[in-house]
Ligand binder design. Structure first.
Ligand code: 13P
Ligand code: SF4
Length: 315
């Protein structure tokens, strides 16, 4: 698509959204042109919080499915659309509700803390949801003697154990994008760029986090680049965030960490293919046809909402 076509699409999408009283939300990992269409860009927590505040008939979630489900659970009377129903999440897929239910049954004295990257069914089995921006704060507020199952992200869980002194029982899930960053490449980039700051998302593996100056959610990393006096940053998270970072700090330089090369096959991609499923064409069609629409079963939503509301109250 050439620039003119892109601009026409963005204009048509914004006009249609206004006409239909729709608000467009985008996660930082989406394509730059999707972020340009958005009324609100945020991390998982900010997107959920903002959805409860806006005056709109339709919410369009340009992100992944669990983010749309969280919005629908919080705003059951609103129509929640997603440009591509196949925009899933490898991390959410790594924890099936039936498996968590069986694990809970084996540990009846444990409470369940779940990362927001989970299905509505998993949230329905959860005591409190967390995101990467509030996980430490929320775990710190739980009773000191509480026995906790934390899932599904093992890397985030280990990190939260290390900063809270807890010994949470960790689910063995991971994000396929964050768990494949190359430590070797990061060390080489650090050596070649003296004085650079390394910023990492807590879904990265521990050796990557150990090399980082700042560990935080997408929003926290973005805010750090704005506030820091440093001029160059190495970024260990999905590369979509670089668009917002560069827009906010045009005079600074952002260097993405490449993924590991596995089995002799070079994968130069640190993009989440699910986030990239949100395209201008699909966003326009979704607004025009008002489909695909996110649906959450009433009984699941009724069980899941308390774990999300608890998170919002403790954030
Ligand atoms: P944030 O909560 O930092 O936006 O992260 C969401 C996510 O999917 C990271 O992979
Ligand atoms: Fe899920 Fe990873 Fe994509 Fe985030 S980057 S949405 S955790 S697959």
């Amino acid at each position: 698509m050439d620039l003119k076509e892109k601009e026409e699409y963005i204009y048509k999408i914004k006009s249609l959204a206004k006409e239909k009283k729709a608000v467009i939300f985008a996660h930082y990992y989406t394509r730059p042109e999707i972020q340009e269409c958005a009324d609100f860009i945020g991390d998982s927590l900010a997107l959920a919080q903002e959805a409860t505040r806006v005056d709109a008939d339709i919410l369009v979630m340009c992100g992944v499915h669990f983010m749309g489900e969280t919005m629908k659970i919080l705003c059951p009377d609103k129509k929640v659309l997603i440009p591509d129903m196949n925009a899933g999440c490898s991390l959410a897929d790594s924890c099936k509700a039936e498996d968590l239910a069986a694990f809970k049954a084996q540990h009846p004295d444990h409470m369940v803390v779940s990362y927001v990257n989970t299905t509505a069914e998993v949230k329905a089995l959860t005591d409190v949801v967390v995101t990467s921006s509030n996980a430490k704060k929320i775990v710190d507020q739980l009773p000191k003697d509480a026995k906790i199952i934390f899932g599904p992200d093992h890397n985030l869980g280990s990190y939260i154990n290390s900063v809270t002194g807890r010994d949470m029982l960790l689910w063995n899930g991971a994000c396929h994008v964050h768990s494949r960053f190359s430590l070797e490449a990061l060390l080489q980039l650090k050596a070649a760029n003296q004085g650079v700051e390394v910023l990492a998302h807590p879904e990265c593996k521990a050796p990557i986090l150990a090399q980082s100056n700042v560990i935080g959610s997408t929003k926290a990393l973005l805010q750090h680049t704005i506030q820091s006096s440093a001029k160059r940053f190495i970024i260990a998270t999905e590369s979509g965030i670089l668009f917002e970072m560069q827009r906010a700090c045009p005079d600074k330089e952002f260097i993405p960490v490449p993924p590991e090369v596995t089995e002799g096959v070079g994968c130069s991609c640190n993009e989440c293919e699910y986030m990239r499923m949100n395209t201008l064409e699909k966003l326009y069609n979704c607004l025009f046809n008002e489909t695909p629409e996110i649906a959450v079963k009433k009984e699941t939503a009724e069980k899941a909402i308390s774990s999300i509301e608890r998170m919002l109250a403790l954030s």
